[in-house]
Structure formats: C-alpha cells, structure tokens
Design a protein around this ligand. Structure first.
Ligand SMILES: *Cc1c(COP(=O)(O)O)cnc(C)c1O
Length: 453
C-alpha cells in the first residue's frame, strides 16, 4: 500500500512521472485536436475511467493515462487553436506555483499564520491597484473567478448603499453585460426584476442617456437605483462601454459604478488598452479575471474596491482591527483557501510584466489583422472594429453562418464559438491565448476563406 506521506525520493519519482506527463502534454499541444468528441460515449461508459476508488492504490502513470484520455475530449482550451469563449491558455508557470503552494500548504485565509506569504499576495493586489490608478483606500481580494468577484461587488454595494430592506434597489446592465451581474443580484437576494436592461447604441455600448432616463423613471416609480455595471470588454464582442460618460451618470445620480473587466482587464497593460479603458480608474469596484487576459489557469479572479472598508464591512461580522496585513477571509465569503496569490506572483516575477504586455499587444495586433482579413471577404459581414481581441462576423444567412462554424470547427485545428446579437446568430473569434500566434490565426482565416468562397 502506498503510504500517504511520500519520502523525498518517492516524491521525486512521482514528480518526475507527473513532469513527464505535463511536459509531453505541452509538447503535443500544437498538433492536438482543439475539439474532439470522438468516442466520447464509449469513454464515459469505460469502467477503467469510471470506477470507484480502490481499497489499494494504483500506479501514478496508469492514473495519468486515464486523465489524459479524459482530457482529450471536449474543447482543448490549452490549445493555440482555441479561439472560442475566452481562452487564456493556462500558463504552466502558474501550475508550478500551484504545486509549490499546495505542497507548502500554508493557511492564507488570515494573516497571522503566514504573514509573509499574505504580504506577497497583498503586493500583487497593490500592483493591480496601481495599474488601474485606484487610490490608497482600495482593498482587493483574489477570488476563484469573475463571478465570485461580482458577487462580492454587489453585496458590498448593497451593504454600502441600501437600507436593510433593500428590495427596492435596482441594478443596471445591458443585453451585452455578462450574466455574472444578474446572477450576483439573484444570489444577493434581489428579485429578478431588480436588474434593468439599458439599451445599447449601434456599437453595442451602453447608452449613457438611456441609463440616465432609466434611473429617473425608476426613481419616480419609488425604486432605489444603486448599481450599474459597465463592461471594459464584453464577453460577446470585447466592446468597451463609454466609461467616462457612465462614470458621470453614476456619480451625478449617486450610483455604485462597477466595472466588469473580467475579460478585458489586463489589456490595460498595453498603451492601446489603457487608452480605450480610460475612465476605468473611476470605478467603485472592478472585477478582473487573471485566468482570462493574464493567461492563468482557471481559478483566479480578482475584485478591487475603491473604498476598501466597505468591502470588509459587507463581508465581516465585527470591526476590523486596522492591522497592516489583511485577513483575506474578511474580504469575501471564503475562510479557508489555498495560497492563491502565488499563482499570480510567481508568473509575474518569473516572466516579468513586459512579457505579459508583449503578449497582449500581440493579441491586439492579431485581432486587427483578423478584422481586416475578414472584412475583405466579400460574403461576410463583420460586426465592428474590435476594441480588444474579439471579432464577430456572420454570413448572409444564419444557416450559412452555422455551416461555416461547423466546418471550421470540424478541422480540429481551431475552435470558434457563436453568440447572438439582437437575437441573430453570429460567429465569434476570441484571440486571447498566449499560445495563439499569427500562423494559427492564418490557418483559421484560410479555413473561413475556403468555406465562404
Ligand atoms: C468570464 C466573465 C465573467 C465571469 O467570470 P468567471 O471567471 O467565469 O466566473 C464576468 N464578466 C465577463 C465580462 C467575463 O468575460
């Protein structure tokens, strides 16, 4: 029976097996299919994969082979050809950080048990605060994703802005806003009708005048408008809402401005991204997803709150002690958590911020290139110039668009997704992975060209 505690030598051997598997996985990525459902039914019924844990353990290499078979099915989001959804790729250096963080297994839910590690995580948050020009009063927390960050943002705003009976509170989104806000509102106890849809303009941006009107209408009806989500890069089209104008409307009307930068946030590292996100520094709260535009493996989001004390008072039961290091458990629903900060800290220090900036600049270049190339294909229409790295396009009919997507995705070389804009089916390409370069984008364009000509 394998002991639960491995000796140093046993661990070296096990890690060598795991290292071989991971390194091999990465080496195979350029040629691995991006989409594969072949033989899925058989695999799901395979007793080798779906068996109960045995009384006596089995060899690691055998188990990793099972993982590999299972990982081969579905969408390979680590592939350079992953252009569907929001494919960050997953930096393997963050996996190294996870290995280390889990092996040292220190408690970072509070500062006292691991003060210096909590300080390192705090440094990552301070870097983010400065990156987005937030004030010294800011508090931040690393979450498991953008949805959890949004939940804490809504709860914080609710506690800061509304009376104990908050059921008249209303929140403002658009048809393009990620449903994380509506879900957060529901989880926070708001009735479904509390979430108001503000019209968008022809470029799918929230219309600030329409927001002003909606707020006025709701006030006159006895409601309490308190929260607006502006997107710094929508998931659908990567479009950035007019942040300065929305910040003006929010401030004139005393609303909490939440900026959802879960997809687009880290483009702020580039000069184009920074210009286009002008006004983001006026947010009351900001949601980021390092597991998207910072390329981290899934499982890391972030919330920054301008008035940090409101984040803590919404989540904690007693007064804060005002210590120099935060207890992260005061800033969200979680108590015990992994040392989440290391998966940001290590890649940032190992590769340097410049490596991220360069990769994100490359994604913007590629998106412009895709936009130009698709625009020149006669039978396609492209939605609009991309603000960031999502390009949305369609054929003459929805049937043709669907057929194009099916055939391109059947290639196994690239995966595109679809979405609906004003109810209409459109194809969507999101260039976001650090692994996606010009060669793979050219393959995608060639596949599309073959289908439309
Ligand atoms: C992905 C996304 C979310 C939700 O974040 P998760 O990390 O998936 O929970 C929210 N907003 C936007 C704009 C997103 O792209």
């Amino acid at each position: 029976m394998a002991p639960l505690d491995l000796t140093g030598d046993e661990l070296r051997a096990a890690l060598a097996t795991a290292t071989d598997y991971v390194a091999d996985f990465v080496d195979r990525l350029p040629n691995a299919p991006v989409l594969d459902d072949h033989g899925l039914t058989e695999l799901l019924d395979d007793p080798a994969l779906r068996r109960e844990p045995p009384e006596y353990g089995r060899p690691l290499d055998e188990l990793l082979r099972l993982v590999d078979r299972a990982a081969a099915k579905g969408i390979n989001s680590a592939s350079p050809g992953a252009l569907a959804y929001t494919p960050g790729g997953g930096l393997v250096s963050a996996a190294i950080a996870d290995l280390v963080a889990n092996a040292i297994n220190r408690y970072t839910g509070q500062a006292a048990p691991a003060p210096a590690l909590v300080a390192m995580e705090l440094d990552v948050l301070s870097w983010l605060r400065d990156l987005f020009s937030f004030p010294a009063s800011t508090a931040g927390v690393l979450t498991t994703g953008g949805s959890m960050a949004t939940l804490s943002a809504v709860i914080t705003a609710r506690a800061a802005m509304l009376p104990a009976n908050f059921l008249n509170g209303t929140l403002y989104v658009t048809s393009q806003t990620h449903h994380a806000t509506a879900k957060a509102a529901k989880l926070a106890g708001f009735p479904d009708q509390a979430v108001r849809m503000v019209p968008v303009d022809s470029e799918l941006r929230m219309d600030p005048f329409a927001l002003q009107e909606a707020i006025q209408r709701d006030r006159e009806a006895g409601m309490v408008p308190f929260f607006v989500t502006a997107s710094a890069g929508t998931t659908n089209t990567g479009t950035i809402d007019p942040l300065p104008a929305l910040a003006d409307v929010a401030s004139v009307n005393g609303l909490w401005l939440h900026v959802d930068a879960a997809y687009g946030g880290f483009f702020h590292l580039t000069s184009r991204g920074r210009q286009r996100m002008d006004g983001i520094e006026r947010a009351d709260s900001l949601a980021l997803d390092p597991h998207k535009s910072m390329f981290l493996p899934f499982g890391t989001g972030c919330l920054l709150v301008r008035e940090g004390s409101s984040l803590a008072s919404a989540h904690y039961l007693a007064d804060l002690r005002g210590a120099s290091l935060p207890d992260f458990s005061d800033y969200g629903p979680e108590l015990t958590r992994e040392f989440r900060g290391l998966r940001m800290w290590l890649p940032l220090h190992l590769h340097g911020v410049g490596a991220f900036r360069a990769a994100l600049d490359e994604k913007l270049d590629l998106a412009e290139y895709v936009y130009k190339s698709l625009s020149s294909m006669p039978s396609l229409s492209v939605q609009q110039v991309p603000d960031l790295s999502v390009i949305v396009f369609k054929c003459r009919t929805a049937v043709e668009t669907k057929a194009l997507l099916d055939r391109v995705n059947a290639s196994g070389r690239v995966a595109l997704s679809s979405t609906r804009i004003h109810g209409e089916l459109v194809a969507r390409m999101c260039v976001l992975s650090f692994r996606t370069g010009k060669a793979r984008v050219d393959e995608a364009l060639e596949l599309i060209r073959e289908q439309v000509s």
